[in-house]
Design a protein around this ligand. Structure first.
Ligand SMILES: *Cc1c(COP(=O)(O)O)cnc(C)c1O
Ligand code: SF4
Length: 337
């Protein structure tokens, strides 16, 4: 196969993304061995079985520092037994999304509709706010998108469709192609936004077929990647981000403010600068959503505001993300700083 994603300059991509996903690490002891860590190095590890199991691609593990139990990339995927402790205020559906979704379509903000396209993700992030989402009941992919597309067709006020999940790039190019064609046929739609962590955690996903779909659609394409730490971006990720840009996508990033991962001025500034080198601007820095199992990532509100202030004092305005919080029932995300 001759594709942009598998030229001689990128020998690491010899295995296709589906193969890499199948081959991802799902076992804690295997992860620890790959990082030359012992269970004793990590306080209070969770039992191996869990309703939100460990999942991390090997290419992402390769970017972790060996022998460092506090590695910021490792922390994002490491199941800890503290996840099982109930914490007041942390629940199953912190954004009350499960009430406003219909046919896998979430219409929360004017002009934009968010599609829950799949439950599958290339990685399991321990802080994920949809870790308890009932994907079986809410999935726009049902009936080959018919119900979801019909819902969008019935509301001419919607200009932008946001593909979310799970991670929408878990879908095959064929299924995405069908969806994009249906969306492009709705005259009131101008913009397609893709929210994905694949370009960061499994960059082989950005293959020639996907790039062609994005180039071909009449819709304006915005890709919002999800990266929390500068070290998540290696040369292969940089190449994938550049390819998306060349395919015409406007590139932005959203992060979650996470204790022990990126809650310092240095980490956030390095992330913004690294993203900029890759033609990607920081968009949102989310305060952690109060989802059960994620309380150990919480950063106090005042600290987040302080961090943004310090970033603003040292970086150009376009490299300072907006600190936001999602609130049930609000007209937009709440801008905190
Ligand atoms: C975040 C979000 C959007 C998009 O909001 P923007 O501020 O335009 O990025 C749309 N729908 C839902 C349900 C969201 O959570
Ligand atoms: S990739 Fe996104 S949706 Fe999937 S677990 Fe991570 S944060 Fe959640």
């Amino acid at each position: 196969m001759s594709t942009e994603a598998s030229t001689a300059a990128r020998p690491m991509l010899a295995a296709g993304w589906q193969t890499q996903l199948k081959d991802a690490i799902r076992d804690l002891d295997e992860l620890l061995a790959a990082l030359e860590l012992e269970r004793d190095d990590l306080a209070a590890l969770a039992p191996a079985s869990n309703d939100f199991p460990l999942l991390v691609p090997r290419s992402f593990v390769a970017r972790m520092r060996k022998g460092d139990p506090r590695d910021p990339l490792l922390r994002q995927v490491l199941p800890l037994s503290v996840e099982a402790l109930p914490v007041p205020g942390f629940g199953q559906d912190p954004l009350a999304e499960q009430q406003c979704a219909r046919d896998g379509v979430l219409e929360k903000y004017r002009g934009r509709a968010l599609l829950i396209t799949t439950a599958a993700c290339p990685i399991h992030c321990r802080y994920c706010f949809r870790r308890h989402f009932p994907y079986g009941e809410q999935n726009a992919a049902r009936n080959d998108w018919a119900d979801a597309v019909e819902r969008l067709a019935g509301d001419a006020g919607i200009e932008e469709v946001i593909l979310s999940g799970g991670d929408p790039l878990s879908l095959s190019n064929r299924r995405l192609g069908t969806l994009l064609d249906r969306l492009a046929s709705l005259e009131h739609l101008t913009t397609l936004r893709v929210h994905s962590r694949y370009p960061i955690v499994l960059p082989a996903r950005i293959d020639a077929g996907l790039l062609e779909l994005l180039r071909r659609t009449r819709l304006h394409v915005v890709v919002v990647v999800h990266c929390n730490h500068a070290r998540e971006i290696d040369a292969e990720v940089e190449t994938a981000l550049a390819a998306l840009r060349r395919a015409g996508a406007v590139m932005m990033n959203q992060s979650v403010l996470l204790a022990g991962v990126n809650d310092s001025v240095e980490a956030l500034a390095a992330l913004s600068r690294r993203l900029f080198e890759c033609g990607t601007l920081p968009y949102y820095l989310h305060e952690l959503d109060a989802v059960a199992g994620a309380a150990h990532f919480d950063v106090p509100h005042a600290r987040g505001v302080e961090l943004i202030g310090a970033l603003r004092a040292s970086l150009p305005g376009y490299l300072v993300p907006r600190l936001v919080r999602e609130a049930p029932g609000a007209f937009s995300k709440i801008i905190l700083a």
